[in-house]
Design a protein around this ligand. Structure first.
Ligand SMILES: Nc1ncnc2c1ncn2[C@@H]1O[C@H](COP(=O)(O)OP(=O)(O)OP(=O)(O)O)[C@@H](O)[C@H]1O
Length: 225
């Protein structure tokens, strides 16, 4: 089976304030074009897991594969490149640079990757914004747009390098129900029309129920998927 992301027996411990086994034998995969949600009570290990899956945290045992490539053990420099190229990330908070324009914010990860010309990056960024129906905001300062619009800009930014997987940590956590619905519909459309794989940590049961699959975490263990 083709997995865009797969883990084998991931275990993680925190050593302070005391020894704590936070993730226990986590093995699962996300297939191409699959929309998966991760649910679990506060403290069950969701953010810790997502941090590992997004290659930011390397302090664990077990294996992480992205596009069938073993990622575990690679250098920080390699990881930074793999992350930038393959993973789009949407957080609860948008983390836009408020003094920059919407378009500049979206362009940033592509500039960092440095594979395309500035003109091409700008075209792609405008296209992502158009796709999310916020193309008219391209030259607005990021501080001047609404919360729902900011989250859509953050999604455009996450998509700029055409990642194989989009990961979200409570991407609708700060939004009202209408904007949450918009974000869900955007994710669904990306899956259906572009075959994008999505992995989203959420507390929102209505959101999770409408995804393809729910991975349930309890005390650092997958109890159902
Ligand atoms: N840096 C750390 N050092 C020690 N313990 C930690 C650290 N980070 C998290 N923990 C503990 O690990 C457990 C899992 O935390 P994590 O943030 O992954 O949970 P979560 O499921 O994402 O919770 P929430 O839904 O509240 O965000 C919690 O008991 C937390 O207190």
């Amino acid at each position: 089976m083709e997995f865009v992301m797969e883990t084998k027996n991931i275990n993680k411990y925190f050593h302070k304030p005391k020894e704590f086994h936070v993730l226990k034998n986590i093995s699962f995969g996300v297939k191409k074009g699959e929309f998966t949600s991760i649910m679990g009570k506060s403290g069950s290990g969701k953010s810790t897991l997502l941090y590992i899956l997004s290659t930011m945290d390397t302090d664990y045992t077990g294996q992480l594969y992205l596009n069938n490539d073993l990622v575990t053990g690679k250098s920080q420099r390699e990881l930074s490149r793999i992350r930038n190229k393959n993973i789009g990330f949407v957080f609860q908070f948008h983390y836009l640079l408020s003094e920059f324009s919407v378009l500049e914010n979206v362009m940033l990860p592509a500039k960092k990757l440095g594979e395309k010309s500035p003109a091409e990056i700008e075209r792609n960024a405008q296209q992502k914004l158009d796709m999310l129906h916020i193309g008219h905001l391209a030259h607005q300062r990021a501080s001047r747009i609404s919360g729902g619009e900011k989250q859509r800009v953050a999604i455009a930014r996450a998509l700029i390098n055409d990642p194989t997987i989009l990961m979200g940590d409570e991407p609708t956590g700060n939004l009202d129900s209408q904007n949450s619905e918009n974000v869900f519909n955007i994710f669904k459309k990306l899956k259906e029309e572009q075959g994008l794989s999505l992995l989203v940590v959420t507390h929102d049961e209505d959101f999770a129920k409408r995804t393809d699959r729910i991975v349930q975490l309890e005390d650092g263990e997958i109890i159902a998927q």
